[in-house]
Design a protein around this ligand. Structure first.
Ligand code: ZN
Length: 444
């Protein structure tokens, strides 16, 4: 369902011309209102908004890391010096969980919040939802940006049934009694629910659920994981993706199921870079890189060339749904990336290879680096869980190791463990476990 057909079907080649004046206004706004970006740009030799130029010149500007924003916080600037609107105009302040114990705050003005809801409605609407359907969601709104995505559901004409995280009984009861057609959750949780359903003998493939919208982590786009979820639920799986500092949902997959369309058109400009060097990567079919975002009309705390740490592959070919924006599939997060003898490896990519062995394996894996830090010496330990009733064999172990080596060019040592050994998640899976990392950092 197209939410805003004129925008969503505008030829992509025309997008930049539309974005150009917005970008130039946003740069002026940053110079006027954002101490963080004014000082950052001036430190890089851009003294005035005019010296920054237009979108064609954007790659000359410095990239922005989340850590820089964090470092700008203080008692007198609790949000950070990138706060650009007067607090009196801010209508919502979300926060992230933050690994350091201090949350990062994300302030939105009324217009910002409305724009977030619009991008979310475009992303979720792409999945083929129909007004009048009931959608059950398991995202914890609470302090988190997911709350704004939930605001998109009534706008799509859906009846929203929030059950939150960790309420499996409440969820199963609602599926049985209220018969929602749509389930929105993380891929990890959809898998966990499928396992519970199987263990209890529930007939999930014949439940009312016709569509599963997954978001919050990579996985929903991995073909083997998707096939497993679709079989377990008798439902179609599509995914969506966003990022807290930019917009809660920026990408949404359509019914063609060939990646997530960019839904932030007119609000956000995206680029691809090589993560190691920061060099721009042209947006063309098959291109891979890290997504970098720039706000075009944001007020609360606009970002300029913000590094997402999401690695994607781009699809630019025409799509039968009519949407003209490029599509992406997320390959993994920089934060999870390991480098094994010079080769970049994402734990989610290892899981994808292992998942080809379903139904012999459950699809739950744990990568256990032996050294602290990103660089690892081979073999990399991978714990793979066998499905109920399956027993470990050296032949299977070796086949999986060979497959991982052939696909990802990394040497692993696979440990086959009985079903139920690894923890399940009602939110996001922890694919990397450093508890066995005793060696010091590995040098090249
Ligand atoms: Zn499409």
């Amino acid at each position: 369902m197209l939410q805003e057909p004129a925008i969503e079907t505008l030829p992509w080649a025309e997008q930049k011309a539309q974005d150009e004046p917005l970008y130039r206004d946003q740069i002026r706004y940053l110079f006027d209102r954002s101490r963080f970006f004014r000082e950052k740009l001036q430190a890089h030799g851009f003294r005035t908004p005019e010296s920054v130029g237009g979108l064609d010149d954007i790659a000359a500007l410095p990239l922005t890391e989340k850590d820089e924003l964090r470092a700008s916080r203080s008692e007198s600037d609790p949000i950070g010096t990138h706060l650009a609107a007067p607090l009196e105009e801010v209508v919502r302040i979300f926060s992230t969980s933050g690994t350091t114990g201090i949350p990062s705050y994300i302030p939105l003005t009324a217009i910002d919040l409305e724009n977030w809801v619009r991008t979310s409605a475009r992303s979720y609407g792409a999945s083929g939802l129909a007004p009048g359907q009931r959608l059950i969601s398991t995202y914890n709104a609470g302090p988190f940006v997911a709350g704004a995505a939930l605001d998109a559901f009534p706008r799509l004409g859906l009846c929203h049934i929030p059950v939150g995280t960790g309420n499996t009984e409440r969820l199963l009861a609602a599926v049985r009694l209220l018969k929602p057609q749509v389930l929105a959750c993380t891929p990890s949780y959809a898998l966990h629910l499928a396992e519970i359903g199987e263990a209890r003998g529930l007939d999930l493939p014949n439940s009312s659920i016709e569509r599963i919208l997954v978001a919050g982590e990579p996985g929903g786009g991995e073909p083997a994981m998707r096939a497993k979820l679709e079989a377990a639920w008798g439902a179609r799986v599509t995914e969506a993706m966003g990022i807290g500092d930019i917009s809660v949902s920026l990408w949404g997959e359509c019914e063609e199921q060939h990646g997530m369309h960019f839904s932030g058109r007119g609000f956000v400009h995206f680029e691809l870079i090589e993560p190691e060097t920061g060099k721009p990567v042209p947006i063309e079919d098959g291109a891979r890189g890290e997504l970098v975002y720039t706000h075009l009309k944001h007020r609360g705390a606009p970002q300029l060339r913000f590094r997402s740490r999401d690695h994607v592959v781009i699809h630019t070919g025409p799509c039968a749904c009519g949407r003209t924006s490029p599509r992406v599939r997320c390959i993994g997060r920089t934060d999870d990336m390991l480098i094994v003898r010079g080769v970049n490896v994402f734990p989610s990519a290892i899981r994808e290879v292992v998942n080809h062995y379903a139904p012999t394996v459950t699809g739950v894996v744990s990568v256990r680096p032996s050294a602290k830090g990103v660089k690892q010496a081979p073999p990399l330990k991978v714990v793979v869980e066998l499905a109920e009733g399956q027993s470990a064999s050296e032949a299977l172990q070796q086949r999986i190791e060979q497959d991982i080596r052939a696909t990802l060019v990394v040497t692993t040592r696979v440990h086959l463990e009985p079903a139920g050994t690894l923890p399940r998640s009602e939110y996001k899976s922890k694919l990397l476990d450093f508890s066995e990392a005793t060696a010091e950092m590995v040098d090249d």
